[in-house]
Design a protein around this ligand. Structure first.
Ligand SMILES: [Zn+2]
Ligand SMILES: [Zn+2]
Length: 347
């Protein structure tokens, strides 16, 4: 059974998940096209996964766990965390742990094995984003789960173990350290200035324009000032929006168009690089009380955003030891290059 252990030196959490060692490692680190065994995420192989949690079928197919879907969500067969067990906190001296309570789901982005997210139509990406919204809402129905992280690993060097396009959701009974740090920083800024930190930052970036890649349909994509990796991109709604699950269907379509556009530009600029992306959004309201955070305060301080990190080289000793990143790329140059690629494509 998985277990979440607290690191007392860094005040952060680690998931100890021996089940994960059993998962198939289909992908060699670099190029993952050849398959040793039938792909469990391909259409027609629905019985190879645990029963589905949700699927977009649009009236096609014979029902759950059969072909005819466009996006499908299933529990991870080799979960880092599961909800089947009751929460058990253990405490021995300085060491504390929580017996594995959580959720680990796979969002299969397309029935086709070779369908890259960047090449699917925006309406299809909208269904993927709808799956994120629905599964986040479902996770937060469970008051034991404090936070749910939606993320994607594209290609082996970015940590993907299956080639078939998919993203994942992992929900934990504690707020992850990075999420907590961001929320605390935003709350402090809000207490001092009465404004949302990201709203203010986006205003400043739009005024200067040097790091803005694209703005459309109420969303903005920019190269963060202190990007950790070359060609790092952040996408956020221009208007203040704390919680991704408050996105309406038309918002999801606008975001889908923006995400597709940015993924295509990155694909062209960097020859289809490995990348990770992840969503920073509001924690489960049930977790706020535990953190002694005021819900109204958090609503005016948090602002959801998506970070995309191309992964052309892994973090090394200095990064692990210091928490710093050394980025050999200049964010302003990356922004300019990605803007120009868009112009060329539109010619
Ligand atoms: Zn497949
Ligand atoms: Zn805001």
């Amino acid at each position: 059974m998985p277990e979440i252990r607290h690191d007392p030196l860094l005040d952060r959490w680690v998931i100890i998940a021996p089940e994960r060692a059993k998962r198939p490692q289909e992908m060699p680190p670099a190029e993952p096209t050849a398959q040793a065994q039938p792909c469990p995420f391909c259409e027609g192989n629905e019985k190879e996964t645990p029963p589905e949690l949700w699927a977009r079928r649009d009236g096609r197919g014979a029902g759950p766990d059969s072909p005819g879907w466009t996006v499908r969500v299933v529990p991870n067969r080799f979960p880092a965390l599961t909800t089947s067990s009751p929460v058990r906190h253990e405490h021995t001296g300085l060491l504390k742990s929580i017996q594995g309570v959580g959720a680990h789901e796979v969002i299969i982005e397309s029935p086709g094995h070779e369908d890259g997210l960047a090449d699917l139509p925006p309406s299809h990406l909208q269904s993927v984003l709808e799956a994120y919204r629905l599964r986040l809402r479902a996770a937060y129905q469970d008051s034991r789960l404090a936070y749910a992280l939606v993320f994607k690993n594209h290609k082996g060097p970015a940590g993907a173990s299956l080639y078939h396009p998919h993203s994942q959701l992992i929900a934990t009974p504690v707020i992850p350290q990075n999420v907590r740090l961001k929320l605390e920083t935003a709350l402090k800024h809000n207490a001092r200035t009465g404004t949302c930190l990201l709203c203010s930052l986006l205003h400043q970036e739009r005024t200067s324009g040097t790091r803005v890649i694209l703005e459309a349909d109420g969303f903005i994509a920019l190269a963060p000032f202190a990007s950790r990796f070359p060609y790092e991109v952040m996408i956020a709604p221009v208007r203040h929006m704390p919680d991704f699950t408050d996105m309406r269907n038309e918002d999801l379509l606008g975001l889908a168009g923006m995400l597709k556009d940015i993924l295509q530009r990155l694909k062209m600029a960097l020859d289809d690089p490995p990348y990770n992306y992840f969503l920073s959004t509001a924690p489960n309201p049930a977790a706020l009380e535990q953190e002694e955070w005021d819900a109204a305060h958090l609503k005016s301080a948090g602002h959801w955003h998506l970070e995309i990190l191309p992964r052309q080289r892994p973090p090394a000793g200095f990064e692990w030891g210091s928490g710093f990143h050394i980025n050999p790329g200049i964010p302003e140059d990356a922004a300019q290059h990605l803007r120009e690629i868009g112009t060329k494509r539109g010619e």
